[in-house]
Each structure stands twice: as C-alpha cells, then as structure tokens.
Design a protein around this ligand. Structure first.
Ligand code: DAH
Length: 352
C-alpha cells in the first residue's frame, strides 16, 4: 500500500517536472500550477487520499507529499522568474521596453478668457456682487428697447447686430445674438427687488470685421448695483477698487463723460498705464491712460421701464470686454488668438 503510494508520488514528481520544463509562457505556467499545486490539483488529490491509511503510512506519505509540494513550488517559482526575464528580453528586441516610464496623457487647462472672468468675478465678490448668466440669443426688447434704445433710433448704430430669423413663427421675431450683456440688467431687475448687486459674464456678438482688437464673438462682463441712495461716488469707489484689484494697488483711475443710452450720466473709466506709469508708451498709445470700461448711473427711463420708481431707487451699471482686460494684463497683442484654438497660445496660461 505505502510502496504503491510512494511510487505514485515518485511518478507524479517526474511527470510534474517534465511538464514544468515544457512551460514556456506565463500562461502555460499558470495552467501547470493549477494542475499540480492548485486546490484541486494532483498533490492535493494525493494528500486527500491519505485518510484511509494507517497512522504510520499516513505520517510518512503526508511528509513526502508535503516535501514534494514544497519542491515543486520552488521549481515553479524559479521557472516563473526565468520565463518573465526572457519575455522581457524578447520584448526589448521587439522594441517594447517595459522599464520605460509611462507617457503622461495631455492635461487640459482653463482658457485664458475663463481665467480672467473668474478673476474679475473674484474682485467684485467681496463687494457683494454675485454672478448671474443670461441667454445668448436675446429679444430686441431686452437687447435694445428696455435699455432705452428704441427701434430706428440712431443709437442702435453703436451695435452692429446679428439677427436671427424664425421663418415659421413670425411672432417670435425679432431675435438677435445679444450685442452686449446689458440686457441682463433688465432681466434681473424685472425678477428681483433691490438691493441688487450682480455681475454678468457671457458671450456677446457683433456683426463686424475682425482685426487685432475686434472679434465678432467676444466676452463681456456687465455689472449692476441698485438700491436706495446709490450715487456716483459709489460707482467710482467700486470700480476703482476693482481696477486696483486687477491691475495693482497703485493704479489711478480716471472717469470721463461718455454716452450710453441706458445710463445718465455715462462715463468711461481709464487706468493710468501700468507699463509706463503714465509716462506714455505703446501700450497706452502715448496718452498715459488706458480705457478699460463703460459705466454710468442707470437711466431713470430704464428704471421706470422695469417698474422701479426712480425717486426711490438709483444705481449704477458698467460693462467691459473680458478679453481686453486679459490682453492688457498679459500683454496679448491680438484678440483673435483667443479663438484660434492654437495650443501654442493656450498652453501659456496652463500654469495659472
Ligand atoms: N453695453 C455697452 C457696450 O457693449 C457697455 C456698457 C457701457 C455697459 C456702459 C454698461 C454701461 O452697463 O453702463 O458697449
């Protein structure tokens, strides 16, 4: 009985070793491991049959099969090692070097316009302005009429518009791609009661030829503050704080009269040139000043139009081009770079 069993073990050892010698891939080695060392493999089967033997035979054969298991496990481990090494070597011959570091997938980054919009929003946030957004396709009423720009009024010439036709539903006209983000002043005032403090970043569209400072699609940031007792000093203080936050604490601001139909009085704000500190250089066209936005006190007609009593409420509004601010800040010489989708340009902002 015992002798028989010992022969079986001996045979098993030979068979297992010669099968192992033939394994040349990790896959065949795994198959071999399952066949011989696995839970239902040959060695386990032998060990499982020991139960019927007397104690002495059980002990000797138990030890013998255990020794065989350890021996085969060792030889198997060595073989796995050997096959892995030769497989790596083979891969190297075929050009795959598994020791090379991996390739990093390209990493995206924020568009420079997104970055400046966020920065501007962050400059206004501590002064109580929250961000709202509105439709890019807008009604004539909101884009013009309620902003005190009646149909056929020459002031419309300030905005070359892209009109949208809905041929199947004439009632839906006239629509246009908004020429500025100012219509959101009206939408916010119609829906809320003062105090209001919002900024509105978003796309604006103009029917214009493109050049270094004009794009037919660009980004504007509108601002609106309405409350009891807001005056021009609040406008100046708010926009001065904004300018310092974006262009540096030592910046000076200058306000001059300008015309926009929805404000009275209207103004343009300039900062003293950060490049030459007001001396005069190329950046400021040798004037010492750089115009950065339009602003003014919200026109009483506009307030009345949304149902506010101009004797109770007043406020100011402002609007600026986001790309223009980014161009000044970063020394970008052509607005068309923003929309050319050229990675050489865009990657320069990826660290911010
Ligand atoms: N919407 C004006 C434009 O597109 C910019 C602007 C000027 C907005 C004065 C304002 C403002 O709110 O008060 O040219």
């Amino acid at each position: 009985m015992t002798n028989n069993n010992q022969n079986t073990l001996e045979k098993l050892k030979e068979e297992a070793r010669s099968a192992l010698a033939e394994c040349e891939s990790l896959a065949s080695l795994e198959e071999w491991r399952i066949n011989y060392l696995g839970r239902r493999g040959a060695i386990s089967t032998v060990m499982g049959s020991l139960g019927g033997l007397d104690q002495d035979s059980r002990r000797t054969l138990g030890k013998a099969s255990n020794d065989l298991k350890i021996l085969l496990q060792d030889e198997y481990d060595d073989k796995v090692q050997e096959v892995s090494v030769s497989q790596n070597a083979e891969n190297q011959v075929t050009g795959i070097d598994v020791t090379l570091p991996g390739r990093n997938p390209p990493q995206g980054s924020f568009h420079p316009t997104t970055l400046i919009v966020r920065e501007i929003a962050a400059a206004f946030a501590p002064m109580g302005f929250r961000v709202v957004e509105g439709p890019e396709v807008e009604l004539d009423t909101y884009n013009f009429q309620k902003l005190n720009i009646p149909a056929d009024h020459p002031a419309r010439d300030m905005w070359n518009s892209l009109w949208v036709d809905y041929p199947n539903d004439p009632d839906l006209r006239p629509f246009l791609l908004r020429t500025h983000t100012s219509p959101m002043q009206i939408r916010v005032m119609e829906q809320e009661t003062p105090p209001i403090r919002v900024i509105v970043p978003g796309k604006a569209f103009r029917y214009e030829a493109t050049d270094a400072t004009h794009e037919w699609q660009f980004t504007q940031i509108e601002g609106l503050a309405i409350d009891k007792g807001i005056g021009f000093a609040d406008l100046k203080g708010t926009l001065d704080a904004f300018a310092k936050s974006i262009f540096g604490e030592t910046r000076k601001t200058r306000f001059r009269c300008d015309f926009f139909p929805f404000v009275e009085p209207g103004a343009e704000m300039s900062i003293d040139c950060f490049k030459c500190d007001g001396e005069g250089c190329r950046v400021c066209s040798h004037t010492g000043w750089i115009e950065i936005l339009g602003a003014g006190m919200v026109h009483p007609e506009v307030l009345r139009g949304v149902g506010y009593d101009p004797n109770i409420y007043s406020g100011f509004a402002f609007g600026m081009g986001a790309e223009r601010i980014a161009m000044l800040r970063q020394g970008i010489d052509d607005i068309r770079h923003f929309y050319a989708n050229d990675l050489r340009f865009l990657k320069q902002f990826s660290q911010q």
